[in-house]
Ligand binder design. Structure first.
Ligand code: FES
Ligand code: FES
Length: 127
């Protein structure tokens, strides 16, 4: 299948690949898997004192669309509050990357990964 230019760009030059220390109090980690294909995505956010996301990193073991989706959202979440990050919809990711219908679940993986990362961060700070 043919990938769009934007998918290829993020696939060939992925932004923000890597990891933060999971135990770091400023870090939220989301790890999700796609039942449809078995791909796995880890997405981490780093949150500043003002409650805004200052940095994000990902590691994705999956297809080009999943890698591009995670690369894109690590760029999108920077500067956002946690609530704003939760508003990122997979449909916006799919639209930005011009994903075909069979690759929509790759963008859902990225949306789920952000949600999981925010949840992890909030769990650490709930008390
Ligand atoms: Fe091939 Fe996801 S199905 S990498
Ligand atoms: Fe399954 Fe892309 S995440 S094919």
């Amino acid at each position: 299948m043919a990938y769009s230019d934007k998918v290829l760009d993020h696939y060939e030059n992925p932004r923000n690949v890597g990891s933060f220390d999971k135990g770091d109090n400023e870090v939220g980690t989301g790890m999700v898997g796609a039942p449809a294909c078995g791909d796995v995505m880890k997405l981490q956010i780093k949150v500043g004192e003002d409650g805004k996301i200052t940095d994000a990193k990902f590691k994705t073991y999956g297809c080009g669309s999943a890698i591009a989706s995670s690369s894109l959202v690590t760029e999108w979440v920077k500067g956002k509050t946690l609530d704003q990050a939760l508003e990122i919809k997979n449909t916006a990711i799919a639209e930005e990357l011009a994903l075909p219908p069979v690759k929509i679940h790759c963008s859902i993986l990225a949306e789920d990964a952000i949600k999981a990362a925010v949840e992890d961060y909030r769990k650490k700070h709930a008390s």
